[in-house]
Design a protein around this ligand. Structure first.
Ligand SMILES: [Cu+2]
Length: 495
């Protein structure tokens, strides 16, 4: 009984989900903290309460102090613990490290503040803390605890008996038969009470573990289908999850994700279709919603095949989700996407430089000779005109470029921006709880001081590290001449 008691003592695990993604838990962010460019990487604890590892690199001289503070959406800064001072990393100038406790499930931000001779500023990095799995007790530890428990149990019963026999017998005298019988009774009653207590403890713990399992995070259930709409094949993406359709939240993460969706880059949903197997067909679509559960998008331009479908949404609490589904496109769909922000791409990948249909090129600058999991991937690209000059980039959904990373088995998917893995809508939602209506802190205003001219430089970098080895595809998307162009790159990553 003790062994099964200990075996059921599963350790609770909370893995933080940082942005909308599949299988890519770490947060990568780059932005401006006042006068200082910063890069922030948040690696997650895996258990709650748990300690997150925060790596911060600050560019520029005269930095006096760097701090990091976890702020939960529903408590705001008032309810946050004081900021932790990040420690400089020995031998790596400009690098700082902090460890932050995540004490509960929820939609958080990590506020990184920099103070220096050039001035001060802060950035807000969205981080959603949810539990996605349970870590079992190490078997050897379970066995050890069972043996110790048994030892304690026998020890206690022995003490009960001794207390009722030797304990009441004057020194030097032997224990009388009547006393010995009473000792046995006391020991049996004691053993019975102890067993009842252990049984109670076991059922209490099992209910805690059951509660925990029922509160494990899982993306909302969803379904995708191809339907004829206005005479043309359309993708219908439906959020089928009873939590969403019924709106009943049973635990903390559900409370954060039963709030309405908010637009991210002006779109309620960013949906990606990737053909399974060869990854030779790709679509970035922005379905329109007919109600809170149903979303439709044209699939014009896509060839036949079976597709993985990833739908990124953000709730008004800043809680991001990626819903996953699959769909079969029985036949190629002629035509081009309806929404000018939608894009479909069919074709084979390049190694490090891809020629766009208009003759320009997107080149992966300084592509690492070997890509290793969990090491900076160096996803830096330059767009060059036909004459080799560096291009200027028009805003595409408020950004100079977007990228999508996908592992060929579908176990990793993430939508990247030049500011990292975070969602701007999540950042804005968390900021809205922290600062006055004045301009948000650290959130880049993509439209500032550009007045509609092509406004971004032709060099874009996506701070990121591949979470595990394998064969990946990276699609980089930019807007040129009002058209969205896509460049695919094939990537092999070593563990
Ligand atoms: Cu999008």
């Amino acid at each position: 009984m003790l062994r099964s008691l200990v075996a059921s003592g599963l350790l609770a695990a909370v893995v933080v989900v940082t942005s909308a993604h599949v299988g890519s838990p770490d947060t990568w962010f780059q932005g401006q903290a006042g006068p200082y460019p910063v890069r922030v990487v948040i690696r997650l604890p895996g258990v709650v309460p748990g300690l997150a590892q925060i790596d911060i690199s600050v560019t520029g001289d005269g930095v006096r102090e760097v701090t990091a503070q976890p702020v939960i959406f529903d408590a705001g800064k008032e309810g946050a613990p004081p900021p932790d001072v990040a420690k400089p990393v020995h031998g790596r100038p400009g690098s700082y490290h902090a460890e932050l406790w995540f004490m509960t499930v929820g939609s958080f931000s990590v506020n990184v503040a920099v103070d220096g001779s050039q001035g001060s500023g802060s950035v807000v990095v969205p981080v959603a803390a949810v539990a996605v799995r349970q870590i079992a007790l190490y078997p050897w530890l379970g066995k050890l605890l069972a043996v110790l428990g048994l030892f304690l149990f026998v020890g206690a019963v022995t003490i009960f008996r001794a207390a009722a026999t030797d304990g009441v017998t004057p020194p030097g005298l032997s224990v009388e038969r009547r006393q010995a019988r009473r000792g046995l009774v006391v020991a049996s009653v004691g053993a019975g009470l102890l067993s009842a207590g252990l049984w109670g403890g076991r059922s209490w713990w099992n209910s805690v573990a059951a509660d925990y399992r029922s509160a494990l995070y899982r993306p909302f259930a969803a379904a995708a289908a191809v339907e004829t709409r206005d005479g043309a094949p359309s993708l219908r993406f439906t959020i089928t999850d009873s939590i969403w359709t019924g709106g009943r939240a049973a635990n903390r993460w559900q409370r954060f994700s039963t709030t309405p969706l908010v637009p991210d880059h002006g779109k309620l949903m960013h949906l990606f279709m990737i053909r399974k197997g060869d990854q030779g067909a790709f679509a970035h679509l922005h379905p329109v919603s007919t109600d809170s559960a149903n979303f439709y998008a044209s699939v014009a331009g896509l060839p036949a095949g079976r597709y993985d479908v990833y739908a990124d949404v953000v709730h008004e609490t800043g809680f991001p989700q990626t819903m996953v589904a699959e769909v079969e496109l029985p036949a190629a769909v002629p035509g081009a996407p309806g929404d000018p922000d939608d894009a479909v791409f069919v074709g084979d990948p390049a190694e490090d430089s891809y020629r766009l249909p208009d003759g320009a090129t997107i080149t992966w600058v300084n592509r690492p000779a070997e890509l290793v999991a969990n090491q900076e991937a160096g996803l830096d690209f330059v767009v060059r005109e036909i004459d080799g000059s560096e291009a200027r980039l028009a805003p595409f959904l408020g950004m100079p470029a977007h990228a999508v990373v996908h592992r060929d088995d579908g176990s990793v998917y993430i939508h990247l921006h030049p500011n990292g893995t975070i969602s701007m809508a999540a950042q804005a939602a968390l900021l809205s709880r922290q600062v006055s209506a004045a301009a948000p802190v650290g959130a880049a205003d993509p439209h500032a001081a550009h007045g509609g001219e092509p406004m971004f430089a032709g060099r874009v970098g996506f701070p990121y590290a591949f979470p595990k080895g394998g064969n990946y595809r990276v699609w980089v998307q930019i807007r040129r001449g009002g058209v969205i162009l896509t460049a695919p790159f094939a990537v092999t990553v070593r563990d």
